[in-house]
Design a protein around this ligand. Structure first.
Ligand code: ATP
Ligand code: MG
Ligand code: ZN
Length: 514
């Protein structure tokens, strides 16, 4: 890798000419030490000069210390020298020009740009591909300190590999199958439920009203989850917040994958002011016209402050953030169904199986690696009983690409040590109306993952005595469970399994419309 940097430090005052010898010596020693500490490459401070309150330095390096890292180190050493003796302080630095040249594994399919990069130039030399990255001189100092340059270089490679291989191939390997089950209908379950007035579309995209009839079925499923899964395994219910600010999605790394195929949140905005006067004009307009002036309204609200709950568990983690868990509190086992989850499901209108406002159950556990693995397996076994025995569904389990690799930007960073046990299993149900078992698409109704250290690390959660912490979680929506169930069993209660019927005293009669 080749670097060329011209950087300018701002000083609190001019440097006296007698300081020049010392500065020269500092730079010389810095270069020599850097050169000595590496057995290859070349590092040079090629030029420096100072005028009034500016200090300009030029650094070039080939397969050696990156100049921006050198600048961060030099800043410390320089302030020590000139601060003490000459009472001149370092105010900060700015890049005049920073060019990084590096070899690429593959050449890009098409050119692209990146934030904080002024120019990206791809070229070939002796059959090899290279990129010349010119960093935007406006890049802020603290971004440089926090690793943005390194991430820019990595991002170039990631984007090229995405151009070649597309969005990651979904890994999918069936690991268990209930076997064929008798189904009682070949109709589209959404239409069945709509025609029976169990569910009704609203004016808003992919949102439904759940009538008392279908709600009773969801409540039955809750009790089944408690009796077969949460009670025997000692899970407790809690209420996780459903408005998620950016700080959480930054730590969970969802933010990095925003609208990249796997994380499509609804955004939340705030009023720029809550003063009645600020909105008076809008209120008057609505009163007079009976319409909403959405454009005008948009001017009066903030940029998004975050979004609505997308995957339920990220905001759970701010509870434990920065804390050290007592050994006796481990493992933690919780579940949440305290509110809906929102996803902007793009494309055409969907049925009840793919809604924008969904009612999801989240199952979450934290403990030592052994505990997390054990609980993950127990939860999986119980889920299998619920789907296969209680609901009598034709289902299968498949090992798939973990959701956190889909939903964040990172596609192939899987810790190899964790590889064998860390991962996601999806439960998929056969939907007879879609066609044959072999050719049709099955419906994912639930997943369960052992995630490893990702979340405890991301939210800086520790455990007493330095026990390594792992977590796992799983989600499934009532919409998916019920769509799958009706798709196989139909609406007639007489065809429903006995174990499920035990949980239904009386199904409320649907309201009839004339
Ligand atoms: P899909 O690939 O079908 O969109 P997903 O991978 O986005 O599903 P996850 O993020 O893994 O789903 O969420 C886990 C569970 O949440 C799913 O198994 C399903 O039960 C439920 N779910 C996800 N999206 C929806 C939706 N739009 N409508 C209803 N349920 C959903
Ligand atoms: Mg999805
Ligand atoms: Zn989760």
């Amino acid at each position: 890798m080749k670097h060329y940097l011209e950087v300018q430090f701002t000083l609190s005052g001019p440097l006296p000419s007698e300081s020049k010898g010392e500065i020269e010596e500092l730079f010389k020693q810095f270069s020599e030490k850097t050169q000595e500490s590496r057995d290859k490459g070349e590092f040079k401070i090629t030029e420096w000069k100072t005028k009034e309150t500016k200090l300009d330095i030029t650094i070039s390096s080939v397969d050696s210390l990156s100049p921006h890292v050198a600048v961060l180190r030099l800043r410390k050493q320089l302030s020590a020298v000139i601060g003490k003796k000459y009472r001149v302080g370092l105010r900060g630095f700015a890049f005049i020009k920073y060019i990084i040249e590096t070899e690429l594994e593959e050449k890009p399919v098409k050119e692209f740009t990146l934030p904080l990069v002024k120019n990206l130039e791809f070229f070939e030399e002796k059959g090899k591909s290279f990129v010349k990255i010119e960093i935007d001189p406006e890049i802020e100092e603290d971004f440089v300190e926090k690793g943005a340059i390194e991430r820019i270089i990595r991002r170039v490679g990631e984007k090229i590999s995405k151009q070649h291989y597309g969005a990651k191939k979904e890994h999918h390997q069936i690991s268990w199958y209930s076997g064929e089950k008798k189904h009682h209908t070949e109709e589209n379950p959404t239409q069945l439920m709509q025609n029976a007035n169990w569910i009704q579309r609203t004016n808003y995209r992919n949102q439904w009203i759940l009538s008392p009839t279908i709600t009773a079925l969801a409540e039955a499923l809750k009790q089944i989850m408690i009796d077969y899964l949460y009670e025997p395994l000692g899970f407790n219910q809690m209420m996780i917040p459903k408005l998620v600010d950016w700080s959480i999605w930054l730590r969970s790394e969802h933010a990095e994958g925003i609208y990249q195929g796997g994380f499509e949140p609804y955004f939340v905005v705030q009023p720029k002011s809550a003063d009645p006067e600020y909105f008076e004009e809008i209120a008057d307009y609505i009163t007079i016209t009976k319409t909403i002036p959405t454009e005008k309204l948009a001017e009066k609200v903030s940029a998004p402050i975050g979004g609505l709950s997308y995957a339920q568990c990220p905001p759970f983690w701010s509870w434990l953030q920065g804390k050290t868990l007592a050994k006796e509190s481990l493992p933690i086992k919780i579940f949440d169904w305290s509110g809906p989850t929102y996803r902007y499901e793009s494309g055409s209108a969907y049925g009840f199986e793919r809604v924008d406002e969904l009612h999801r159950i989240e199952t979450l556990f934290i403990g030592s690696p052994e505990q997390a693995k054990e609980i993950g397996i127990q939860v999986k076994d119980k889920l299998r009983i619920i789907f296969e025995e209680v609901l009598d569904l034709e289902v299968r389990e498949a090992k798939v690409t973990p959701w956190w690799l889909q939903q964040s930007a990172h596609e192939d960073e899987m810790d190899t040590a964790e590889d064998l046990v860390v991962g996601t299993i999806d439960y998929e149900a056969y939907m007879p109306y879609r066609g044959s078992r072999k050719e049709s698409e099955w419906l994912e109704i639930q997943n369960i993952s052992i995630i490893g250290q990702k979340y405890p690390k991301g939210f800086s959660v520790k455990a007493e005595g330095n026990i390594e912490l792992w977590s796992g979680c799983g989600g499934g929506s009532f919409e998916r469970f019920l769509t799958a169930f009706i798709s196989q069993k139909g609406l007639d209660k007489n065809n429903w399994p006995e174990k499920f019927m035990k949980y239904i005293d009386k199904l409320p009669e649907p309201v009839k419309f004339h």
